[in-house]
Design a protein around this ligand. Structure first.
Ligand SMILES: [Ca+2]
Ligand SMILES: [Ca+2]
Length: 239
């Protein structure tokens, strides 16, 4: 059993280093709001982005901007502590789960962004690139999930109608192209400026929104699960 565990750890670390996942958090490890606040920087500490310990896609915890009544509320960021690049050879994958409690209200402005600054993280120098996945309320079809590529087509539509359920939103970031997927269906492909790297993630829009939204992590990347399963089966076959 110890050998199996060791093998599992090796595979997890190997995959984390090479999979090109921009950011991952299932929010299940935080004991309370203070623990979440220690991992992320609240942009508006008096009205923080909330850890919800009663609902989640994975293991019952997620984060919740609560459908803020005003702008400048419930938004938090985390710096990667490194620059993350996406190329055609090794695309950068940015994905998470999103849930909304009303699919018919046009006034839904909630999303998660990854950003690239000239410096080393959030607010450090000029904002060079921003990719958002979620919902916007103007300049888009508000019946559909939306995405934003700052150096490309800016706000765009996916092909997927909003639902009151968890959906998986994914951006695959390549050299000068971004592909947007909803529930693993390719819904949009468009340009981005090449050469810009990403250094932080921003949760919540910080804008007023009438719909209550939750964000959560995608529990197990499919490739990692298959890798682990393959490794465990191989190990079992050897014993
Ligand atoms: Ca979770
Ligand atoms: Ca940077």
């Amino acid at each position: 059993m110890r050998r199996l565990l060791a093998l599992g750890f090796v595979l997890v670390f190997a995959s984390t280093a090479s999979a090109g996942v921009a950011w991952f958090d299932d929010f299940d490890s935080y004991a309370d709001q203070a623990a979440f606040d220690a991992a992320y920087t609240q942009l508006y500490p008096a009205v923080p982005l909330l850890l919800d310990q009663s609902m989640g896609y994975s293991d019952g915890q997620s984060v919740n901007p609560l459908g803020p009544n005003s702008n400048y509320e419930r938004r938090a960021y985390q710096n990667f502590g490194m620059e993350m690049a996406g190329t055609d050879e090794d695309p950068l994958v940015f994905e998470f789960m999103m849930h909304m409690n009303d699919a018919t209200d046009w006034w839904t402005r909630e999303y998660i962004e990854i950003r690239g600054y000239a410096g080393e993280g959030y607010g450090d120098g000029d904002l060079e690139e921003l990719i958002a996945l979620g919902c916007n309320s103007s300049g888009v079809d508000t019946n559909l999930y939306n995405a934003r590529i700052l150096t490309g087509d800016n706000w765009v539509n996916t092909l997927t109608p909003k639902v009151v359920d968890w959906v998986k939103l994914t951006a695959k970031i390549m050299t000068d192209t971004v592909e947007v997927y909803v529930n693993d269906n390719l819904d949009y492909s468009g340009p981005r400026a090449p050469g810009i790297t990403f250094d932080c993630v921003v949760l919540g829009s910080g804008l007023s929104s009438r719909v209550d939204v939750h964000f959560d992590g995608v529990p197990e990347p499919a490739a990692l699960s298959l890798l682990l399963l393959g490794g465990l089966l191989a190990a079992r076959r050897r014993t």
